[in-house]
Ligand binder design. Sequence first.
Ligand code: WTA
Length: 631
Amino acid sequence: MPYKIRTLSGYLHEYQKSVLDPEEFWARIAESFHWKKSWDKVVEWNFSEPNIKWFVNARLNITENIFERNLFTLGDRPAIIWEPNDPEETNRILTYRQLFEKVCGFANTLKNLGVKKGDRVIIYMPMVPETAIAMLACARIGAVHSVVFAGFSAQSLADRIIDCEAGIILTSDGNFRGSKIIDTKSVVDKALEQCSSVNTVVVLKRTNTEVNMQEGRDIWWHDAIKGVSTENIAEEMDAEEMLFILYTSGSTGKPKGVVHSSGGYMVYTYYTFMNVFQYNQGDVFWCTADVGWITGHSYIVYGPLLAGATTLMFEGVPTYPDPGRFWAIVDKYKINQFYTAPTAIRALMAFGNEPVEPYSLESLRVIGTVGEPINEEAWHWYHDFIGKNNCPIVDTWWQTETGGILISPIAGVTPTKPAYATLPLPGIQLAILDDDGNELRGKSVEGNLCIKYPWPGIIRTLYGDHERCRQTYFDKFKGYYFTGDGVRRDEEGYYRIMGRVDDVINVSGHRFGTAEIESAINEHPRVVESAVVGYPHKIKGQGIYAFAICDLSGQSSEILKNEIKQTVNKVIGPIAKPDKIQIVSGLPKTRSGKIMRRILRKVAEGDGTDFGDTSTLLNPEVVEEIIKGKE
Ligand code: WTA
């Protein structure tokens, strides 16, 4: 077991060591894993290509480090506790031994279906243990999983399948979400109309929804695993071989496939899980994210299971059957660490204290947040009312690209401060740069959040487009990884994340590029041009405000707005639907034809007075009109 930080001076000491000799620091942590062959060098890197390799030439399999390494001591301990959408349905508990058997069985099933090392496997599934089993089975045989959030549309799913050229999809007949049933399989069928690479679809029976099974292509999960051996020898992987691809949105173009590698991701998720949450053996950990996002990958599946932890997986939503559901689950399983998103806290806070009152919540020791900035009001409610003034809040800042948490308090060690992610974890060398690329040293500064030295969980490439990876993260500030976030460092050296500085909107903790939403809106035949900006939203953090130039002839604007929302729903999914749409006759543009989003943002935020310098505007008259017609 690597050194677990227990005191503030311990943190400071570890941090210093990690900067003075990063190789020695990470080697010591990595040594607690089972490697089939050790590394020749701890790290080899440059940020110009970029070329980043951790644990060079080492060999391993991440699932051996979850199972074979832990089984002897933890075999009968619950690995996954699954709580269904409907509280009346029976829950499921899988011990490490049982989970191992299922992973091996499904690994063999995938092999029988022709999946080989390096092949991409799309997972479009509900929050059920089989989803984690599928991910781990891929990792077991060296196949590359790409989980797609099951709320994405057929078009978004198709884009991802095509980008990574997947040959197989794992899905379910349907998906329970609160009182709704989502017709998952028919979304897959629709997506596959445009994907020729897929020849196998494995369908898990979950909702008993009637589905159309295509002969020769579709097979039921329960049939596929029937009679398959549960003995499996893990595939040996190079530390840098791909573990998974996860698509995320950027400021331009289509979602990009972030690639994580086996060795570095393993070391990093484990280290951050153990330290940030101060997990002790026997605790029950619950992260409420969906496995379709990076938070679910790192802190429902890989981090906790590598640590031999008990991880709770919840299928449903926070408000079903009532807004006390989260707290009922905390009491039912005596959750010790609870990790959720500010948007969920704000949504539950809106129901008042009553839904929380029946529950004791006394098992809680650490409570965490992730995905977006947390406002002070929500922080205090969470701290005082859920944590009973007795649990440190870990406000964890990180990204799909970082693999694991980079800035966060260490629970019970780092003094917290509302709305601050506080301090970098050991190994993370932050830099704040002004727009010209000068590093702002000292305290009380604000600028672009960058990182100057790699950590094991850092993105390696974008699938199939290394050049886009370079341009997106390593080009704007030479020699640094650029996060796309703005940050402030206060007099105490504490970090507060200020939100995105690029054209990315964070809606309820989900990332969308404005360009991505605009292109979805533009698919409506009556839309001529559109521009999308974020605006402050009480529950979602940011809402989506769309300005659209439309051909209204003979059409009511209300009907058209509704149709536009449906178009976005169809192209991306319900989570990207604009909250407000304003139909305009023009968009403010510079003489070179660029949309001045700064002005639109001001209008959307409700500030119709100070637009700064508008002298470069080609069409100042539209600004007046836009302010008047504000939604
Ligand atoms: C934002 C989620 C403020 C940030 C793990 C980042 C946060 C983006 C925080 C990544 C936080 C994440 N405080 N903002 N604690 N955590 N963000 O890739 O803008 O879905 O760049 O990863 O979420 O979102 P992603």
